[in-house]
Design a protein around this ligand. Structure first.
Ligand code: NAP
Length: 304
């Protein structure tokens, strides 16, 4: 894979930006990399570990001369960043983002983009429950999907180059419109997230009764909820606040299903429960067949 951009600038140096920086390096996809983060602490760590070629104290300095700028901050911070960098963007540059919600990011960023700058929103469907500049690794995007939600007026060459970049970082690329993205993703990401928060919250409330037994016996399904529920609180707060409608729609459906299962349990309707669980098992099979998770028992966890 050859170099696609002369200079890539990251605004925000957390899990996603650091993984992209490693993946760019692995693929030789960028001539030079630059970055900045909000806190001096994060910038110091990034300098220390040589995450990008040059770490700047401000976003305005970081974007100077960049032909690709990647906004890697929480969704709620996108507008302030866009406003700050807009006057310093190089004509012809592409600006993209990695936010987990797309319509709200378009509303926040697009109005600030100067003529001649290509804004192409994006969302890599890959992550872990870890945050910060040390959390990234080059393989994060391998065989995962990155969804781009270009607007109709998007420049085809700029779009093709960004698609190539994501492929170079190991990802598969899909294009869709932003509202569709927000609805589809509400099913796969925020709603399970909220359910995990609730489940872990219920266990926490019960702790008084169970003492530390919830933790001690957590190798049951509960443990898998705790991984999701340990994700970055700022990121997820912003996702719920900015993808309200789609999340509420999916949660409404979830509540109906939950009531149906509750009734089946109360009425001893074993056939309904068995059919339901058979259907969900097939979905897990589909995810494995699509190469999106491992077939190993217990997700391939190593026993200590
Ligand atoms: P992260 O590890 O928490 O890093 C966030 C970065 O943004 C940090 O460098 C932080 O700087 C900076 N930042 C936070 N608030 C800011 C503000 N108000 N102004 C300027 N900079 C600010 O987060 P991440 O997981 O990489 O997530 C970044 C984006 O990727 C989010 O929009 C998220 O929705 C999206 N995303 C995340 C995942 C995931 O699983 N984590 C997956 C796909 C997409 P400091 O360190 O100095 O505070």
């Amino acid at each position: 894979m050859s170099m696609l951009y002369q200079r890539v600038a990251f605004i925000g140096l957390g899990l996603i930006a650091s993984s992209m920086a490693h993946a760019l390096r692995r693929g030789g996809l960028a001539g030079a990399t630059a970055g900045t983060a909000r806190s001096a602490e994060t910038r110091a760590i990034a300098r220390d570990i040589g995450l990008v070629d040059r770490v700047y104290d401000t976003a305005t300095e970081a974007v100077q001369g960049a032909d690709l700028v990647v906004l890697c901050v929480p969704v709620g911070a996108m507008e302030d960043v866009a406003r700050e960098i807009a006057p310093h963007l190089q004509p012809g540059a592409t600006v993209t983002d990695v936010g987990s919600v797309k319509q709200a990011v378009i509303d926040a960023v697009a109005p600030h983009m100067p003529d001649g700058v290509h804004f192409i929103p994006g969302h890599p469907l890959a992550g872990t429950e870890h945050s910060g500049p040390r959390a990234g690794f080059a393989e994060l995007f391998d065989n995962r999907w990155c969804i781009l939600t270009p607007q109709e007026s998007c420049d085809p060459d700029a779009l093709a180059r960004l698609e190539q970049l994501w492929r170079g970082m190991g990802a598969n690329v899909d294009l869709m419109d932003a509202p569709h993205h927000d609805l589809v993703l509400a099913v796969t990401s925020p709603t399970p997230q909220l359910i995990a928060y609730t489940m872990v919250g219920v266990a926490d409330d019960l702790r008084r009764v169970t003492d530390s037994e919830v933790i001690k016996y957590s190798a049951a399904g509960f443990r898998d909820f705790t991984r999701i529920a340990a994700s970055d609180p700022t990121m997820w707060r912003d996702v719920f606040l900015t993808n309200k409608e789609a999340t509420l729609e999916i949660l409404g459906r979830f509540t109906e299903e939950l009531f149906a299962l509750q009734r089946a349990i109360r009425q001893g309707d074993g056939a309904l429960l068995h059919d339901y669980f058979t259907r969900t098992r097939a979905i897990r099979r589909g995810i494995i067949d699509a190469g999106q998770d491992t077939d190993a028992p217990d997700f391939g966890r190593v026993r200590h």
